[in-house]
Design a protein around this ligand. Structure first.
Ligand SMILES: *[C@@H]1O[C@H](CO)[C@@H](O)[C@H](O)[C@H]1NC(C)=O
Ligand SMILES: *[C@@H]1O[C@H](CO)[C@@H](O)[C@H](O)[C@H]1NC(C)=O
Ligand SMILES: *[C@@H]1O[C@H](CO)[C@@H](O)[C@H](O)[C@H]1NC(C)=O
Ligand SMILES: *[C@@H]1O[C@H](CO)[C@@H](O)[C@H](O)[C@H]1NC(C)=O
Ligand SMILES: *[C@@H]1O[C@H](CO)[C@@H](O)[C@H](O)[C@H]1NC(C)=O
Ligand SMILES: *[C@@H]1O[C@H](CO)[C@@H](O)[C@H](O)[C@H]1NC(C)=O
Ligand SMILES: *[C@@H]1O[C@H](CO)[C@@H](O)[C@H](O)[C@H]1NC(C)=O
Length: 263
């Protein structure tokens, strides 16, 4: 029994985990000038420990990276030429044909295609693509008056890891963040509250959403985690499930005492 279990784990780790690794996603870049220099790639690089980047036929040597940004050094490329980009992290690749063009010194379009300014890269706006898109929340689903998990949709900038979120005077525990969604856990409360977002690095307030957060008394804690139904703020848990948010399972009830014990 044990051996079979270990074997299944082995198969899982060797084969399946490979499929669970997310592909890297590039959403924008900041080019180097044609004589070479640092290039920044922005996006989502969940498994970012082993990175190989090629621009055209040149390797771009990684200098710095986190979950959302990779900076690499590229040598000389031609102006007015478009290069394919291939970015590989842990054997998963992101590839785009004719994606990269060097920054043309003097060009007004810094954070968009440097040859035209039609499409700014993700996170940049303005006629010259030279203004950072302001952080903004577009929607926040109501949360139970018991608090628990919440999330907000919007735009959270190119470094969402660096944000601190307050709901009223309570700090939220952020458990996931990306450029378009942020979420975590919050304490219980009542009524409407402002959402204030600060930059962890300099404690600067960068966004206030007046009365954007609502503790809805009709909603249940964590929506009963789908292990029950919500009745006017209180969970009625499905069979064997219990707890405020139906998060606990009563295992003792499932033991079949007539089941042979000696296998
Ligand atoms: C890193 O990736 C390369 C190929 O992209 C691979 O040959 C190498 O084994 C990887 N190293 C680690 C530590 O995963
Ligand atoms: C990467 O993928 C190639 C072929 O797709 C495979 O031969 C190689 O063993 C893989 N390397 C790693 C480190 O998974
Ligand atoms: C860009 O051009 C300006 C003059 O037009 C020059 O002063 C500057 O050094 C150049 N920058 C680079 C990185 O070549
Ligand atoms: C922020 O999002 C709201 C709701 O989607 C929208 O009405 C508002 O114009 C946005 N503000 C900015 C500065 O983008
Ligand atoms: C946030 O995390 C801290 C420390 O782990 C914990 O004491 C606090 O209760 C958490 N708050 C919420 C709302 O989960
Ligand atoms: C829901 O619960 C609140 C108090 O928690 C109560 O005032 C209200 O009457 C209840 N509504 C219904 C439809 O049961
Ligand atoms: C779990 O089930 C057993 C057997 O029916 C019962 O005696 C016990 O009270 C239950 N525990 C909880 C926490 O519901």
């Amino acid at each position: 029994m044990k051996i079979i279990f270990i074997f299944i784990c082995f198969i899982y780790v060797c084969l399946c985990s490979n499929y669970l690794i997310k592909k890297p996603i590039v959403s924008s870049y900041l080019p180097a000038i044609s004589s070479g220099g640092d290039v920044s790639f922005y996006g989502e690089f969940e498994h970012y420990k082993n990175i190989t980047i090629t621009i055209g036929n040149e390797f771009c040597k990684v200098q710095y990276n986190n979950k959302y940004q990779i900076i690499c050094f590229i040598g000389t490329l031609n102006n007015n030429k478009r290069y394919d980009v291939n970015l590989v992290t842990n054997n998963k690749s992101w590839y785009a044909k004719n994606y990269y063009t060097p920054y043309v010194n003097g060009s007004t379009c810094i954070n968009g295609n440097s040859l035209s300014c039609i499409n700014c890269f993700e996170g940049w706006v303005g006629e010259n693509c030279d203004q950072l898109k302001p952080l903004n929340i577009s929607s926040v689903p109501d949360v139970s008056h018991f608090g628990g998990y919440f999330y907000a949709n919007g735009f959270f900038g190119l470094n969402p890891e660096a944000l601190i979120v307050y709901i009223g005077s309570n700090k939220a525990n952020i458990t996931f963040d990306s450029y378009d969604i942020i979420g975590g856990k919050i304490l219980p409360g009542e009524g409407y509250h402002d959402i204030n977002i600060y930059n962890k690095i300099n404690n600067q307030l960068i966004f206030t959403g007046r009365d954007m957060f609502y503790y809805n008394p009709k909603l249940c804690l964590n929506n009963c985690l789908e292990n029950g139904w919500c009745n006017n703020g209180t969970c009625s848990c499905y069979k064997h499930w219990y707890g405020n948010d139906c998060s606990k399972y009563n295992y003792s009830i499932t033991i079949n005492r007539n089941f042979p014990q000696n296998i």
